[in-house]
Design a protein around this ligand. Structure first.
Ligand SMILES: [Zn+2]
Length: 360
């Protein structure tokens, strides 16, 4: 039984780092900054300057090791500067942030996250995806709590490659549909109800601002629309995922995404969020919700998210393998309907018919 529910603490804006002093000062005066190489090159100077302004010294800057692994967390835990620091400033994308969440969970120090891309909600969730050093998925790790606070610099995020926010949108839209799909008909407690209720924030800001936000990111321009979409990707998804029990946190959309990962060329050429976004269409068709499906397809076309599995280079005769893998995942165990191979097959075929009729 869960004891704790966390909501997201964050500062967002082009000058989000100016708040470092106001938020971090009560935790101490010495921080170690740990992150990805690109992320550090984009953000470390600005973080250092803002920290200095508020009397916090960055006693060392370290690379996180390149993979979100227990091994890298251990390597960092052995570092003298880390041992002497009052808190950890974690800078980068999901893997760097997750590594620092594992580290600070184990050594029991406060962590502040500085996401430099908006690809996942790692900056605000307590859950971490853990990999073996060779990149194979290993397990999930739950920190006792999410990061103390997240400083989201929209200027830095808007300057990052657009593919991250684009795929982040795909993964976030799934969070708008999967919790409701998985929990429908169940008697939910307060925390789960909060998660399902807030999950609408994983689509409305995106439908309303997503197209403009992507255009702005292509021009490396921060804007109100970028801010709204980034909050949906990081804060809404983070809060929803922290509030929900694990079994309501996923669904058929993720199952079909994992199905496609059996083809290495699909894994290599397509991002997680892109595959999941297609899964959302399959799940919505499974649910026979044509009204939502039309909304989704209209939005996907405006931002170039996939509407057919053929866009991944997968052929019709290869679908059976994808479906088999999807059916083997735990993601479909908790759902508002019984899901088997036939359910997937029907939904995928009906979706193809639907888009082909719509496209002509
Ligand atoms: Zn996902």
């Amino acid at each position: 039984m869960r004891k704790n529910t966390f909501t997201s603490n964050y500062t967002i804006g082009d000058s989000a780092y100016d708040e470092i002093g106001n938020i971090c000062n009560i935790y101490g005066k010495k921080a170690v900054m740990i992150g990805g190489k690109t992320a550090l090159s984009k953000a470390s100077e600005e973080i250092k300057a803002a920290a200095k302004e508020s009397g916090i010294s960055i006693i060392d800057t370290l690379w996180y090791g390149g993979q979100a692994s227990f091994e890298n967390a251990e390597m960092l835990a052995a570092n003298e500067a880390v041992q002497g620091a009052d808190m950890i400033f974690s800078v980068g994308g999901g893997k760097a942030l997750d590594t620092c969440k594992i580290l600070t969970g184990k050594i029991e120090k406060p962590i502040f996250t500085f996401p430099t891309i908006a690809g996942t909600c790692a900056a605000m969730t307590s859950v971490c995806a853990v990999y073996y050093p060779d990149g194979v998925f290993r397990d999930v790790y739950f920190r006792h709590a999410p990061a103390e606070h997240s400083f989201i610099n929209t200027k830095i995020i808007a300057e990052a490659p657009t593919k991250y926010i684009w795929a982040g949108i795909g993964d976030t839209v799934a969070k708008a549909y999967e919790p409701e799909f998985s929990s429908r008909g169940e008697k939910l407690d307060f925390s789960n109800t909060m998660g399902v209720t807030l999950s609408s924030l994983c689509k409305e800001p995106i439908f309303n601002n997503g197209t403009k936000a992507i255009e702005d990111c292509k021009e490396k321009k921060s804007s109100e629309e970028v801010k709204e979409v980034v909050l949906s990707i990081i804060a809404a998804t983070g809060t929803v995922s922290n509030a929900l029990e694990m079994k309501y946190n996923s669904g058929a959309a993720h199952a079909i995404c994992y199905g496609f990962t059996i083809f290495p060329e699909v894994e290599e050429n397509h991002l997680h969020g892109e595959l999941v976004s297609y899964g959302v269409l399959v799940q919505t068709m499974m649910d026979n919700n044509i009204e939502e499906l039309e909304k989704l397809i209209k939005f996907y076309k405006s931002v170039n998210l996939p509407i057919s599995y053929k866009e991944f280079g997968v052929k019709e005769e290869e679908l059976e393998k994808v479906i088999e893998k999807a059916c083997s995942t735990a993601d479909i165990e908790q759902a508002c309907m019984k899901i088997d191979k036939e359910t997937f097959r029907n939904a995928i075929n009906k979706l193809e018919d639907f888009i082909n009729k719509k496209l002509v």
